[in-house]
Design a protein around this ligand. Sequence first.
Ligand code: AMP
Length: 303
Amino acid sequence: MAELLVVGSVALDSVETPFGKVREVLGGSATYFSYSASFFTQVRLVATVGEDFPEPHRRLLEDRGVDLHGLQTSKGKTFRWVGQYGYDLNEVKTLDTQLNVLAEFRPTLGEALRRSPFLFLANIDPQLQLDVLRQMKEPPRLVALDTMNFWIQGKPEALRRVLAKVDVITINDGEARQLASEPNLIRAARAIASMGPRTVVVKRGEYGALMLADDTFFFVPAYPLDSVYDPTGAGDTFAGGFMGYLAAQDRIDGPAMRRAVVYGSVMASFTVEDFSLTRLTRLKPADIADRYAAFHDLIRLEP
Ligand code: AMP
């Protein structure tokens, strides 16, 4: 079991879906990621929050054993995101993004963190992702990155620079098309691979996840759920399961990468069953094992 470092956002999210509405609940890319990955390995989180960040949120992560020494409290307000979904839960509309303390955030890694064998650059300013990568003293065994339309549009050059240096990218389908300027998803995945990452994982919400690794495709459907309340954080939770599983393996080969995509899908399938991290906070390791087995049945095919 190797240590997994994540740098990303910790947020207060306000979300509306056809099934309910929540205001200023715990969210953020690094939050969902670390909570999810904590079921597999030791996670260390580097992020910033404002002075208004509620103490119980911090405790929630600590209770899962997430190391929060790198979570700095800065003067000002916590990052806020406001999103809305219609009946098509694959389509989110960002109503507001208030960077607040994230605008001035300059992550500085302590000596121990600079040698982390696994690194996830969660959705955050690509310039900061680059800064973090430059601070690593030894090349990690695996570096993965996530991003979104906000940065693809806002910081395209920095994003291209950091992409050239990572092993894996996790990205949703719409954003993959946007990043590659290519409507066909297969071609888009190939185009993104040519920008740097050897492995491209395209998250397709209720349509599953597609991985392109060394010119070979692998596809996993989403777990069939009859109650999906809020897809927020599904992508980061997926990445947490994916990276967390890999960090716990001695060997990272093709079959391990495929199992990691399934573990990612398992974790994401829980997150969407409730708002914020609510469903994850009730999760037991046995639930993960059961759903992994259910996935296995779902996709099994006799030769
Ligand atoms: P996802 O897993 O893609 O649904 O990510 C949802 C999380 O991303 C939310 O909890 C937000 O707080 C966070 N988020 C939204 N916009 C940004 C942004 N521009 N930078 C960093 N994090 C963001």
